[in-house]
Write a protein that binds this ligand. Structure first.
Ligand code: FER
Length: 563
């Protein structure tokens, strides 16, 4: 049992850490006795006006960390399409506790709502197993996160726990254990700490059913109609469930079923129709590691016209691939422009000189491993200047492209429009969220100057805010007219779109894409770029977060500049 005298009023130890006690609970939405061995922690920070209260406990064993959240809240809502705006628990974990701000391979950000609907902003869904149940005055959640590194007494892990309190479709409050700033989702250094304690010599962990159960859950979510041989998987799941029902089951049996399901998944074959869809592929872990041949980031200052007839000082960042030599004018590089989302800035994707944020590491590794040719990537901002996404293409064409592409070794021969047109097949533009809205405007205003467009998690607003969702037919018609009137043939331009099915932009982008498919004289839908010029990745489980967007970029980059 816990000696309460050792803990502060929030249930944290003398070092301000949450304490996890050794023991394996059953994850079934019921509070087993074993939870009584762990101290109760309450949130130190409450933002927003709310009566909702919460308490947390932690257990651990050789395989996983277990979190119990008991939430008292008499108005539960999952009305919002946006998972953080539903009554839910968020778990943030920094397994190696390095407190480095940017999310790294060991860092996770998971969420589960009171109805046990999970969403993953960062990390692999398979590591996350949860069970929820409603109580008279709220709900409880039992959550398990599989460890990747070996746990032991005294080990300290970075952790943050957050309760999202929803009313209707809005989040009205958050309750946090360690982070007073609400920025743990973008800043690992805001997490607190959890210490593992209480494992006696020779103590053994309870059965690990959960890696198998989590795998069964994620397998059941696969869309069977996409496969030629889904019966294989159904059969493997049925066998595994039969084994799980056996009271005398052993860890060996469980692990063997786990391996069988994994093996069957590797043998699933896509139908021809599904194979025609561009497949989401997660970024392999090694692509998130520092690369031995890193590119570099340069920052450029320039002046952009503003709406008052004056000029604003602005900045952008330029990624130069490893081996870029300013003196080697014979070596020319393709250029990709990537735009941030609302509230972000030009430093969001790459930071500045000397930084190695996730997207930079991914691009470095893709180039090193030969997945793509070395290229230049430019991250501007739509803030400042005319300060509006719909005017950004003007700044892009008149100021940014001439500036950047005559400074570096690109295919642009001179700063004039004819030269920009002549080099259009060496230029791509993409962006996330409001950056995706910018990308659609860029398609509309700069098709003559750019061949490849990458709208990610954001629709076209030419017919109004969220126009792709509200006026999908009219939006598609408008875009089709732009393509037709341009005089270019379908293989002279490409649209590579992506979002997640849990992304807030999905309800806006999906109807627009569906309508665009009908204009198949100009938008030929196929992942086979010899046939088509247009695809849409819909990533199962993807939310409106850069961790997903970086993976879409990883998936799409090999399709650029392939003539
Ligand atoms: C969308 C396009 C952009 C969308 C949201 C945004 C909800 C951007 C929102 C923001 O930056 O606040 O389709 O869907």
């Amino acid at each position: 049992m816990v000696n309460e005298a050792n803990f502060d009023k929030y249930g944290l130890d003398q070092n301000g850490r949450m304490v996890a006690v050794f023991g394996t609970p059953v994850i079934d939405g019921k509070i087993d006795e074993i939870w009584n061995t762990a101290p109760t922690v309450s949130p130190r920070y409450i933002s927003g006006n709310t009566d909702t209260t919460a308490s947390f406990k932690a257990l651990w064993d050789d395989n996983a960390l277990y979190i119990l959240a008991i939430v008292k809240d008499n108005e539960l809502s999952a009305l919002s399409d946006n998972p953080p705006n539903q009554d839910s628990l968020e778990i943030f974990m920094d397994e190696n506790n390095d407190k480095v701000r940017d999310y790294d391979v060991d860092d996770l950000h998971f969420r589960v709502n009171f109805e046990n609907r999970q969403s993953v902003d960062i990390g692999e869904a398979e590591r996350f197993y949860t069970c929820s149940s409603k109580t008279e005055d709220g709900y409880i959640i039992e959550a398990r996160i599989a460890f990747r590194s070996k746990p032991e007494n005294g080990k300290v892990i970075g952790l943050e726990l957050q309760i999202n309190d929803a009313r209707g479709a809005n989040r009205v409050a958050t309750l946090n254990v360690f982070d007073s700033t609400g920025s743990a989702w973008i800043d690992v250094s805001k997490f607190g700490e959890l210490v593992l304690t209480g494992k006696a010599d020779g103590a053994v962990s309870g059965l690990n059913l959960y890696d198998l159960l989590a795998l069964i859950n994620t397998s059941k979510k696969l869309k069977t109609e996409r496969y030629k041989n889904p019966d294989l998987l159904a059969e493997a799941i049925k066998n595994a469930e039969a084994v799980l029902a056996d009271k005398n089951l052993t860890q060996e049996q469980i692990d063997s079923e786990y391996r069988k399901i994994k093996e069957v998944i590797s043998r699933l074959e896509l139908t021809d129709e599904a194979a025609n869809e561009k497949q989401f592929r997660p970024v392999p872990g090694e692509y998130r590691q520092l690369c031995s041949k890193p590119g570099s980031i340069e920052r450029i200052e320039y002046y952009a016209d503003n709406l008052d007839g004056g000029k604003d000082l602005k900045r952008l960042n330029v990624y130069l691939p490893y081996g870029y030599d300013p003196a080697d004018k014979d070596r020319k590089y393709n250029v990709l422009y990537l735009m941030h989302g609302g509230g972000e800035n030009e430093n969001l994707l790459f930071g500045g000189p000397g930084e190695n944020k996730e997207l930079k590491k991914i691009i470095d590794n893709m180039i090193e491993k030969g997945d793509i040719e070395p290229l230049i990537v430019v991250t501007p901002t739509f803030y400042g200047g005319k300060n509006d996404v719909k005017y950004f293409p003007e700044e892009l064409l008149n100021t940014i492209i001439p500036l950047v592409e005559t400074k570096y070794n690109t295919y642009l021969e001179s700063a004039d429009k004819e030269a920009i047109k002549a080099s259009r097949e060496h230029r791509a533009f993409g962006g996330f969220s409001m950056g995706s809205v910018t990308t659609w405007y860029t398609f509309i205003y700069c098709l003559d100057y750019i061949k490849y467009f990458i709208p990610l998690s954001g629709d076209c607003w030419i017919k109004g805010l969220k126009g792709g969702g509200d006026y999908p037919k009219e939006t598609a018609q408008y875009l089709a007219d732009i393509a037709r009137n341009s005089g270019y043939k379908p293989h002279d331009y490409y649209l590579f779109c992506a979002t997640g099915d849990l992304d807030i932009a999905y309800p806006n982008l999906n109807p627009q894409v569906e309508e665009m498919k009908k204009f198949d004289d100009v938008f030929i839908y196929s992942s086979d770029l010899k046939k088509g010029n247009f695809y849409f990745i819909v990533c199962e489980g993807g939310t409106h977060a850069w961790n997903w967007v970086n993976q879409y970029i990883y998936d799409i980059l090999p399709d650029l500049f392939n003539n």
